[in-house]
Design a protein around this ligand. Structure first.
Ligand SMILES: C[S@@+](CC[C@H](N)C(=O)[O-])C[C@H]1O[C@@H](n2cnc3c(N)ncnc32)[C@H](O)[C@@H]1O
Length: 222
């Protein structure tokens, strides 16, 4: 289900042009194999943000086949550390990253992000955190990664509207996702309550939250 009007979503998707033939091929492969990668309108929004922000380093949680990491580096030449818990998927990502010529910029770390984040060099900070993994752990990812963020950095979380279910139980037609819906609502309330983060939730793709981080405020509160 699209979280916005299907006609409008189709119209916006029709405006999409990738601009990198190898990336386009990777998108087509991922879509054919039902690998969940960032949606087209999400990709376009992220690229605009990256061009404005010009990040030197991005931390990504949830690599899949490496598509979004490659989009980031392709867009602004940034370095990316991306974390993937599934070994086979991480192997595929590594191959794709090499094939696209981005191996010098993108490092795939294997394991559960909740463990891997703690093992990263705590002195090397990031300009953007992109969260796109198990939705029930978003709060943990946020809390663990926050000490690694620069002042003025951004945290971008994908899929926060969960096909509309975060906004209303009516979209959870079989009542299957009660627990993850509750967790996502709590996460959204949490990030909106923080005095060191200015957050907006946008109905783009599957819902995306964008938070601007005042690191000095964050440091002063702990
Ligand atoms: C939606 S996909 C990522 C898509 C990718 N960001 C893109 O747009 O190309 C989510 C990925 O997160 C991985 N994942 C789920 N939970 C994780 C965790 N706790 N730590 C690291 N990776 C995780 C899954 O194996 C899956 O490959």
């Amino acid at each position: 289900m699209n979280i916005t009007n299907d006609i409008i979503s189709a119209y916006i998707d029709n405006l999409y042009v990738n601009g990198n033939a190898k990336l386009e091929e990777l998108r087509e492969f991922a879509e054919k194999e039902h690998v969940p990668i960032i949606l087209k309108d999400t990709e376009k929004l992220l690229k605009v943000i990256l061009k404005l922000k010009e990040p030197a380093r991005i931390l990504e949680i949830g690599t899949a086949v490496g598509y979004s990491s490659c989009v980031f580096t392709d867009c602004c030449g940034c370095d990316v550390i991306t974390i993937e818990s599934d070994d086979e998927t991480a192997d595929a990502a590594q191959l794709n990253i090499e094939n696209l010529g981005f191996a010098d910029h993108i490092e795939v770390k294997r394991g559960d992000a909740r463990t891997v984040i703690a093992s990263l060099d705590q002195n090397e900070k990031f300009d953007i955190l992109f969260v796109d993994a198990a939705k029930s752990h978003y709060r943990e990812f946020w809390d663990l990664a926050m000490p690694l963020m620069n002042d003025g950095s951004m945290v971008i979380c994908d899929n926060v509207l969960m096909k509309g279910m975060t906004a209303s139980d009516q979209y959870d037609t079989r009542g299957r996702y009660k627990t993850s819906i509750k967790k996502m609502r709590r996460f959204i309330d949490y990030i909106n309550s923080l005095d060191y983060a200015d957050t907006t939730v946008l109905a783009v793709g599957d819902g995306i939250s964008i938070s601007l981080i005042d690191k000095r405020k964050y440091d002063n509160r702990i």
